[in-house]
Write a protein that binds this ligand. Sequence first.
Ligand code: CMC
Length: 432
Amino acid sequence: MEINKEFAKLSLPNQEPMTLPVITDTMGGRSIDIRSLRKDTGFITYDPGFVNTGSCTSSICYIDGEQGVLRYRGYDIEDLVEHCDFVEVAYLLVKGELPNVKERKRYADLLNNESLLHYDMQTFFRQYPAEAHPMSILAAMSVSLSAFYPEMDDIDPEAQIDFAVTRLISKIRTITAFTYRHMKGEDFVNPSYKYSYCENFLNMMFKSPVIEYVIDPLHVKALNQLLILHADHEQNCSTTAVRLIGSAEANLYASVSAGICALWGPKHGGANQAVIEMLHQAHIEKQSVKEMVEMAKDKRNPYLLMGFGHRVYKTFDPRAKIAKSLCKAVITRNGHSDPLLDMAMELEEVALSDDYFKERNLYPNVDFYTGLIFRTLGIPTNMFTCMFAIGRLPGWIAHWLEWKKDPYQKIGRPRQVYDGPQGRTVKTISER
Ligand code: CMC
């Protein structure tokens, strides 16, 4: 990163022009450093949705939205999906390097050791309505971990971090599976040392005392790949929430819980659920994809094509490309089909040839095909966003830790442009 080699000049009303340093990042991207702007001039910047705002420096994830490039710690997403499993990618994100055999084994052992849930926490599940949205349970259980493991409050990043991180990565999977068992009114299935991370998840979800459950290797592969696709995406809404809460020095569990709440929204991780609901609705109402596209274009109608569009990608989301081919492989195995997959592919084709979508660079995003895969794995629709959360967790943790080491460690606190009344005087209640 280079600072102070170039300067931007800013002309302001009734003031001398100001020079602001330009930062050139390691990929050649340039930003104007406005940290001293308000102190030196009294001005602030107005940027709702933080569309143009770099809130931090980060070395975790790189996105080129114009070229459709996504890298974790410098590795292309396609390379990671092809050659690594989720645990290795989680390690990469959190620790900065891919593990060697010994490091991988130690991490897997820690994940195994940390996988059980405190018995008292298990009783919580039974108090939730069976129809409660699983994301509400996931968020509540995540922050509850700080009650059961309070030593994390004063976590020493160097000494304790592997324990804290593996505890969270391991338990989020147990919590999600227990939520499902509770929804189904079935006994919990504990994790087992015999299984890998993804095998364990599938076993905790679907093992039955009455029907033999055999873990399907293709489902394990698909789950690993899906979790890798979701593992990080730089300063998205939930990661920004995690960093913001962390900047108040809230503990890791509380910060992650805030990330889960942010992810739940249908404009963010909740879109994977919304996509299937949209396709399902269209299927039962026998809507054509052309009608769906027309509804999405109609500005009087709040209807959007869920799973389309992205703040950063103005071309194909590389994750959507991988998810699409994985989706076809998982669904069409043994000659099977899914009418919703056929509809999704037709919808993609029609939307991508429509001027409205072309002019706005609206392409399928990660959520467009992933729900169809989760569905094939047997995961219910209202749990899709929990799957996203399991995947995104290493990214959230990596960002939380990165913030802890940031030399410019300031609490997140944006300014505002005030648009309310000027000073007023309170009238007595009888005069109002
Ligand atoms: N269907 C129809 N029109 C759309 C869509 C869509 N899915 N997405 C954006 N537009 C239109 C939007 O109405 C606007 O039109 P105009 O310029 O005429 O006002 C234009 O495209 C630009 O959209 P925007 O809302 O200003 O873009 P944004 O960067 O603020 O929002 C987004 C990005 C992802 C929230 C939005 O595209 C969207 O709501 N998509 C559907 C929900 C979705 O799939 N979310 C998952 C995002 S990827 C995974 C994740 O982040 O979790």
